[in-house]
Design a protein around this ligand. Structure first.
Ligand code: GLN
Length: 378
């Protein structure tokens, strides 16, 4: 058969977590917490099951949950979205991203993607015949060069994908970045796909710059979110997409035949749990403490780093230790030292000699301490 994605292998997260198991390594690779979610959330799931919320949910998701999210978006970003028409619950952000791309990208459309990038954007664009136009952000600051973006916009540019807080770099976009983007897309038909799954994981008093804060961006944006990140339940695969009605209508045309609807009891439980805003507002402090703990533990190591501004990922340069390729070094770390990380070059094949690894700090302190002991011995 002729593959539609001939150059694509298995995702790095699957590979690394498998190796971590095989070698019994401490796993700071794939991004997921090694601690349980809040007991209250689990009790709501039980209640949802017991009260028999067990049949199909509405296509776009439980209306009670969508209303809660509309209110949350207004309180967080001052933007009004219609629960009925402009919010759709999805099977994690991955499905939201896939559906958003597949609903709009046609053959030969150009889609601007900033590298390094989370790994699901480009294959989805290519699957629909689109052409990813890659723009590099350089370690360690990973800033976007907006002049380069301007130069790469053509009459074929259909979409720009942004992601803040950013996986894998742990950086965040500033208000000025969003204003630059707004200026570039004004008077064009370019859509924005804004991946904001780490909206609540942002540190040192910074504010998340959602495109929803900027009406002229919001009017052309599909925004993706994930409860997996926010409530320590990556295995639930529940997220949502937010977009103006005209865009959401197209999104739902695909959604209804891709998944139809998302599992019902989890949606019910999430809605109950979301009634207390502290359940997500306390997240930044919670993870900042873990970031600081991890950085304190490795402060005398030979890694060089800028503290993550958001996400639960810390990137660091290991060039003081070795100048091996990051993929080789990461393998060696698992096999010989018992520590699994993610080599950043997998998110950016063109990256040359940046010697960066990504460490997930969504872990118990004892896990972080064990990982730090290995890092300090390098
Ligand atoms: N987003 C997670 C990460 O970056 C992994 C998700 C996945 O395995 N698909 O590690």
């Amino acid at each position: 058969i002729e593959s539609k994605l001939p150059n694509l292998g298995t995702t790095i997260f699957t590979k690394m977590s498998k190796l971590a198991q095989e070698y019994n390594a401490i796993n700071l690779s794939q991004g997921f917490p090694d601690f349980p979610p809040n007991q209250k959330l689990l009790e709501f799931v039980k209640q949802g099951l017991d009260e028999n919320h067990n049949q199909y949910a509405p296509l776009a998701g439980l209306i009670s949950l969508r209303k809660t999210l509309a209110e949350k978006l207004f309180k967080s970003y001052g933007s009004r979205y219609s629960a009925e028409e402009e919010i759709t619950i999805t099977t994690g952000a991955t499905q939201a991203i896939f559906t958003a791309i597949s609903a709009f990208i046609r053959k030969d459309d150009e889609v601007i993607v900033f590298k390094p990038a989370y790994d699901c954007y480009e294959p989805t664009i290519e699957l629909y015949g689109g052409k990813p136009i890659l723009i590099e952000m350089k370690a360690p600051t990973y800033k976007i060069d907006w002049q380069e973006v301007s130069a790469k916009i053509t009459s074929k540019t259909k979409m720009i994908v942004i992601n803040t807080p950013h996986n894998p770099s742990g950086t965040v976009l500033a208000k000025e970045d969003l204003l630059q983007l707004q200026q570039l897309v004004e008077n064009t038909n370019i859509l924005i796909l804004s991946d904001e799954v780490y909206e609540h994981l942002i540190y040192d008093g910074k504010e998340h710059q959602s495109v929803a804060r900027f009406p002229k961006l919001a009017e052309r944006s599909l925004i993706t979110y994930s409860f997996g990140k926010t409530f320590h339940v990556t295995g639930w695969k529940v997220g949502y997409c937010v977009a103006p009605e005209e865009l959401m209508k197209e999104f739902r045309k695909v959604h209804q035949y891709n998944v139809f609807c998302v599992n019902h009891p989890m949606q019910w439980a999430l809605n109950e749990y979301l009634q207390k805003p502290e359940h997500y507002l306390e997240l930044s402090a919670f993870y900042q403490e873990r970031r600081d703990y991890f950085l304190q533990q490795i402060k005398n190591s030979r890694l060089e780093l800028i503290p993550a501004q958001g996400t639960y990922f810390q990137t660091a340069s290991y060039k003081n230790i070795t100048t091996e390729k990051d993929t080789d070094f990461a393998l060696k770390l698992i096999k010989e030292k018992g520590l699994a990380t993610i080599p950043v070059s997998v998110f950016n094949k063109n990256q040359k000699d940046e010697f960066m690894l990504r460490f997930c700090f969504a872990k118990k302190k004892e896990t972080l301490a064990k990982a730090a002991a290995i890092i300090n011995s390098l």
